[in-house]
Design a protein around this ligand. Structure first.
Ligand code: MN
Length: 277
């Protein structure tokens, strides 16, 4: 490690550009995700996922990795905070060899009185749960991806496929930030012709319910402890765009104390490694 550098190079050039020199409260206000409509078909698998991406350009996994994963008794879940055209949180549940996926514009809430819109998106490969890094601008979903929470999930009922088809999936989460009982409910407005099915993600009342705004209170990656801006800085993304997805107070704190900005780790560019030459 070099000791000649006493302070990090400017990592956010223009505080005004990330909105924190203006009205801080407005920075997080973001309309629902403008992602492309998609429809689910259970036999499509990863076809739609692959069709949308150019794997020679993006470092996202193609899903071609052999299923080395042993048949495990636990099912993974991941929530990826994604600063694309719009900030959103991708909520993914492992099922039958893929990740069922929803885009949650405002992110999960621990408050049972708050229902969060969750737009169903295409299934993702299991390896995607380990992806944190940059999707190049101009590519599908271009921007910065953070592993905001991860852990295991347990369906409440025996027939998960039936619950999914019925549009009422109850489950338990055991993550670092999200725990306890939850439900995903498909809304009536979403029919077969209405484009992407809209669901609601709702926390059930239990000991893990809270009125704390978890997205603001715990904005960092659970695997690397980085903000979106730090991930973008380390991995060659658009730092100022990424910073607009971080809580303004956190960015202000880092700008005031540059020594607190996480330094890049050499030789460890991303959590996901593609194994491409
Ligand atoms: Mn996304």
């Amino acid at each position: 490690m070099s000791t000649s550098i006493t302070r990090p190079r400017p990592w956010i050039k223009n505080a005004q550009a990330v909105g924190i020199a203006g009205a801080p409260g407005e920075v997080l206000a973001s309309p629902p995700s403008g992602m492309r409509p998609t429809r689910r078909s259970s036999d499509v698998g990863l076809t739609e996922y692959r069709r949308k991406r150019r794997f020679a350009v993006t470092s996202e996994p193609s899903g071609d990795e052999k299923r080395r994963r042993k048949r495990s008794r636990t099912l993974a879940f991941v929530v990826q905070k994604h600063r694309a055209t719009r900030l959103h949180y991708d909520f993914r549940l492992e099922w039958n060899g893929v990740l069922w996926s929803w885009a949650v514009p405002k992110g999960p809430s621990l408050d049972p009185s708050i229902k969060r819109l969750a737009m169903q998106t295409e299934d993702h490969p299991l390896e995607y749960a380990r992806f944190e890094g940059i999707i190049p601008e101009g590519e599908y979903g271009g921007g910065t991806v953070m592993i905001w929470d991860t852990g295991t999930w347990t369906p409440d009922g025996a027939d998960v496929e039936a619950a999914f088809a019925k549009g009422e999936l109850k489950f338990q989460l055991a993550g670092a930030k999200l725990r306890g009982s939850w439900v995903l409910v498909r809304t009536r407005s979403s029919g077969p012709t209405a484009g992407r099915p809209a669901w609601l993600l709702i926390k059930h009342r239990d000991g893990f319910a809270s009125v704390e705004d978890i997205a603001t209170a715990q904005p960092r990656s659970v695997v690397s402890r980085r903000t979106l801006a730090e991930i973008a800085w380390h991995e060659g993304g658009n730092v100022e765009k990424a910073a607009r997805g971080d809580p303004p107070a956190e960015i202000r704190r880092l700008l005031a104390n540059p020594e607190l900005v996480a330094r890049p780790k050499r030789g460890k560019p991303a959590v996901w490694k593609s194994h491409r030459p």
